[in-house]
Design a binder for this molecule. Structure first.
Ligand code: CAO
Length: 454
């Protein structure tokens, strides 16, 4: 037998005149004890007021926007007897439907259960589907009132305390989560989806923490004929690292020019001699030597940032990686202990490394342990470029094609061979002034190779 029971706002601590932000039930709804009836929001907390009884909601006495305090009448419930309440808890057909439907919603028994009940209570009884039939399509979401819209935009008042708690634990700003519940209410599954999206963002859409627009899936064949060519194995492997380094390391590139007129004269004078021994003396050996001189003078360029981010690991060995262009893609063999090797030995090792790279014979060890990288496009062309740092290294030297240029000297223009230098560095480790000092040192050494002996 049912008895009409008035449900009042219980003791809610020191709160007075708290705003009703959501009414979760409507007349005719069946509720279980502890089902939420309304949500309140003060400037400090959001709370849901549960029903103390199981039964059917006879009338609801508050509406969204009302201010309530302890003792305010919320609703009248046709409460069922203890036995019937137990039966209700066990699941009458309607409650079972609620539970089945709510299982997927993951919102817990509070809000969505109430919303489902409310939706059903708005339908005439005859329109309700028989137990066990598929759930009907959700009714159209009613227009939001300006107040509700503002609340939704602020991300306030549209998530249950449990969801707020979860968001808080995960450090999620609810204002950034779009709610898939009724009236834009944020559900637990919305928070989980948001976190998953952020954590799995990679590839063209960007890494963790970066909010980027997705690339749209363009059908290029709409505008003309296209071919699909798979990326090489090397490109597939190196792409994610290049992307990570480009995105996560604050790069700055310092440009400079070095006069290598005398250096080139020297190289040309020695080149043929070495060629007889099967060694090609190219500019690169000189660049490695010059880089080592500068690295010794500016040890921070030969360092790595510790994973903790609060110290530098400075290396006292000089292993120079060389970017080598191969048909399969870019590889970076490392010339070890470059400081202990002469120009000719370096030239010989460079020849071997280049050949191994092109023959795809480089093993992982050949490409490990580098402390600084040189990427030389000088044999090909171009003026300047911004090389990507080979992290955890902190700098990379890009070399472009040397060209004869008129240089003003002692009141007249003279033809000089000028080499463009592009030094990219990690600005967390290296300041611009040091970068300029580094390239100035390189200029000095390259313009007078006697400095390589010092
Ligand atoms: N300016 C003018 N001439 C240059 C030069 C420069 N900066 N650099 C090289 N040269 C000259 C060489 O001295 C050589 O001249 P000779 O024929 O008179 O001896 C000629 O150009 C050809 O040199 P090379 O390029 O074959 O040899 P190298 O030792 O200079 O370079 C290597 C070797 C492996 C770096 C090069 O073959 C290579 O692969 N470069 C591409 C690297 C790359 O792709 N970097 C981009 C990375 S970002 O995608």
């Amino acid at each position: 037998m049912a008895t009409a029971k008035e449900v009042l706002v219980p003791d809610i601590g020191d709160f007075e005149d708290v705003e009703v932000i959501e009414v979760l039930v409507a007349p005719g709804d069946r509720v279980k004890a502890e089902d939420s009836l309304i949500s309140l929001e003060s400037d400090k907390a959001t709370m849901e007021i549960p029903s103390p009884h199981a039964g059917v909601v006879e009338s609801v006495k508050v509406k969204v926007g009302d201010k309530v305090s302890e003792g305010t009448l919320i609703a009248v419930i046709e409460a069922e007897q203890a036995g019937a309440e137990a039966a209700g808890d066990d699941g009458g057909q309607e409650d079972k439907q609620d539970r089945d439907k709510n299982k997927g919603e993951d919102e817990g028994k509070t809000a969505s259960g109430g919303e489902d009940r409310k939706k059903r209570s708005e339908e005439p009884a005859a329109a309700r589907p028989p137990a066990g039939s598929p759930a009907p399509a959700a009714p159209p979401v009613p227009e939001l009132t300006p107040r509700e819209l503002a609340a939704a935009q602020r991300g306030k008042g549209h998530a249950s305390p449990a969801v707020r708690h979860l968001a808080n634990e995960l450090g999620v700003d609810l204002a950034q989560v779009s709610g898939s519940g009724r009236k834009g209410r944020v559900l637990k599954s919305d928070v989980q989806k948001f976190v998953k999206n952020v954590m799995t963002r990679s590839g063209p859409t960007g890494p963790v923490g970066l909010q980027m627009a997705d690339f749209s899936d363009v059908d290029f064949s709409e505008w003309g004929e296209v071919d699909h060519e798979p990326l090489s194995r090397i490109k597939k492997l190196s792409g994610p690292y290049l992307h990570r380094n480009w995105i996560t390391v604050p790069h700055v590139t310092q440009f400079d020019e070095a006069d290598i007129t005398e250096l080139e004269d020297f190289r040309q004078g020695k080149k043929d001699q070495l060629a007889k021994e099967g060694v090609r003396l190219t500019l690169l050996s000189f660049l490695i030597k010059a880089a080592v001189v500068a690295l010794k003078k500016f040890p921070h360029f030969n360092s790595s940032l510790a994973p903790s981010g609060d110290e530098l690991i400075i290396k006292h060995y000089f292993n120079v990686g060389i970017a080598v262009d191969t048909p399969g893609g870019l590889v970076v063999p490392v010339i070890r202990n470059a400081d202990q090797k002469g120009l000719f030995q370096l030239a010989a090792e460079l020849g071997e490394a280049g050949q191994k790279a092109r023959d795809k014979k480089l093993g992982p060890k050949d490409m490990q342990g580098g402390t600084f990288t040189i990427s030389s496009l000088g044999g090909i062309g171009g003026t300047w470029f911004t090389p990507i740092i080979n992290a955890p290294e902190v700098a990379i030297l890009g070399i472009s094609k040397a060209e004869m240029k008129p240089v003003y000297e002692d009141g007249t223009f003279v033809p000089r061979l000028v080499l463009p230098i592009s030094l990219s560095y990690d600005h967390r480790v290296i300041d611009g002034a040091d970068a300029a000092r580094f390239t100035t040192e390189l200029r000095t050494v390259l313009s007078d190779i006697r400095h390589m002996l010092l």
